[in-house]
Design a protein around this ligand. Structure first.
Ligand code: PLP
Length: 488
């Protein structure tokens, strides 16, 4: 493609992106396509001769876009938000054109240095301890693809630190700790690393947060059986209910087991660290004092487009000592001199995208105040929903205390008192299916202690009070209908 054709196609793409974002709220949130729709619509093999860019762009518009779920839609309340921004798109566009796979400083000095700087900026925005700053040259931050590979990398570092201290412990005696509410990333890491993962039960009366005493009991039981727990993943903002583990109690317990590593998964809720008034509630002081590593996904609530997951470590040596493999073809004068960061030694991949560009665009254009305003706004919108549930106790109930912008609710047992627990679950599942059939809003379901419930989370930039109110009315009317149909 010559430059002038690129210019034309690029302008057209930007126009279409603008048209889409201007009108997304008038479209259904969810696509109406069947599984396999695209395979049927596309040729089975690539074209022999190159095609015109305009035809490809038109097919994108006509074939791909109808299958896109609109996570930026103001009525998207499912999963956790992917609150990407136009500013992030611009950053990604520039990053795509730099095309530097910045694995070594020398391969793309700007990519490495910007990542170094923005990870310190975000650390400051989030009120993280100075120990995590890159500028210390001891701790530091790196951008990973996702919270799952952040956790995996943290566990690899924890294992290597433990094995340095206990070189004779066989691998099959090592144990990873999570809780019954930890995201499946813990089990996935265990699967990949062939390590057993023990899930410590958490209770509804503790709001599904891990207590220090339960951790201590599990450690003692495992040690008595000759096992070696070496890492625990604490969560700040669990997926099902937004629970926050008692990091202060966990830290207190770990003082007696100092060889264990504490990794914090704050993939979603970590963005709330940006607001000083929320830090205590998010147990950030204990994280700052004790955690060995910490992950926040900027690509969830953090205004940066997928994919972009921040991982900070208190001591970078724990990463680099285990992940630094330097064949002759990867050596560089600066790397050998130890005067630069070579990010390939901080993660799994060699080639890395220039993700810091979009973080930089977002942080500069929102500023600390704009970022905080986004978080505070999402929380107040979430509170409107939670309050609406509380105002209809004859039909609905919150299954766990609302957590910032997340509420978990269901049809309350007293709405249909004659139902058994299983029947009530059945009713709530049908209730959710009714909501889920709709294309004009998106919510997701979960189970807490065997109780079927529905999650509602705010965070899309375009969501306003009216969208939350409309969504709540749909939930309310659908509950009435679901009950009527169930008991008939
Ligand atoms: N941690 C929590 C608490 C999550 O809710 C999620 C996903 O929703 C993840 C981790 C996984 O994040 P990723 O997709 O970045 O691996």
């Amino acid at each position: 493609m010559d430059i002038e054709r690129f210019r034309k196609a690029g302008y057209q793409a930007i126009d279409r992106i603008c048209d889409h974002y201007r009108s997304v709220q008038n479209k259904p949130v969810k696509p109406s396509v069947r599984p396999g729709y695209l395979r049927e619509a596309l040729p089975a093999a690539p074209p022999i001769k190159g095609e015109d860019i305009e035809d490809i762009a038109n097919d994108y518009q006509n074939l791909i876009m109808p299958g896109v779920m609109h996570w930026q839609h103001p009525s998207f309340f499912a999963y956790f938000p992917a609150a990407g921004t136009l500013e992030g798109i611009i950053g990604d566009l520039y990053a795509a054109t730099a095309m530097n796979p910045g694995f070594n400083w020398v391969c793309g000095p700007a990519c490495t240095e910007l990542e170094n700087v923005v990870m310190d900026w975000v650390a400051k925005l989030y009120g993280l301890s100075g120990d995590f700053y890159n500028s210390t040259n001891v701790g530091g931050g790196v951008i990973q693809t996702a919270a799952s590979d952040s956790a995996l990398v943290a566990i690899v570092a924890a294992r290597s630190r433990y094995q340095r201290l206990h070189p004779d412990v066989p691998m099959d005696k090592l144990v990873v700790y999570v809780t019954t509410q930890t995201h499946s990333l813990g089990l996935k890491a265990g699967l990949v690393l062939a390590l057993p993962v023990h899930a410590i039960p958490v209770r509804s009366e503790d709001n599904y947060s891990l207590r220090g005493q339960d951790l201590r009991e599990m450690i003692e039981r495992d040690k008595a059986e000759g096992k070696h727990p070496f890492v625990i993943i604490g969560t700040i903002g669990t997926t099902s209910s937004g629970a926050i583990d008692n990091i202060d109690e966990i830290a207190e317990t770990l003082r007696d087991y100092p060889e264990m590593w504490l990794h914090i998964d704050a993939a979603w809720l970590g963005a709330a660290f940006s607001c000083p008034e929320l830090r205590e509630r998010c147990r950030l002081p204990a994280v700052n004092e004790y955690a060995d590593s910490l992950c926040v996904n900027f690509h969830k609530w953090g205004l940066v487009n997928l994919d972009c997951s921040g991982l900070w470590v208190r001591d970078r040596k724990n990463l680099t000592e285990v992940l630094d493999i330097t064949p002759p073809f990867l050596r560089s004068t600066e790397g050998d001199a130890g005067t630069v960061t070579d990010y390939r030694n901080w993660g799994l991949t060699l080639g890395r995208r220039f993700r810091s560009a979009k973080v930089w665009f977002v942080l500069r254009s929102f500023g600390v105040e704009g970022y905080q305003a986004h978080i505070r706004r999402s929380i107040s919108l979430g509170e409107i929903f939670a309050e609406s549930v509380r105002n209809h106790p004859e039909l609905l109930e919150l299954v766990a205390p609302p957590s910032f912008s997340l509420s978990v609710f269901r049809i309350t047992p007293s709405a249909v008192p004659e139902l058994s627990a299983d029947e009530l679950n059945d009713l709530n599942e049908r209730y959710y299916q009714k909501i889920n059939k709709r294309k004009d809003l998106a919510l997701t379901q979960t189970k807490l202690d065997g109780v079927y419930c529905i999650r509602f989370v705010t965070g899309a930039q375009k969501t306003e009070r009216c969208h939350v109110e409309v969504a709540f009315n749909i939930c309310l009317e659908t509950a009435k209908l679901a009950i009527k149909e169930f008991i008939e």
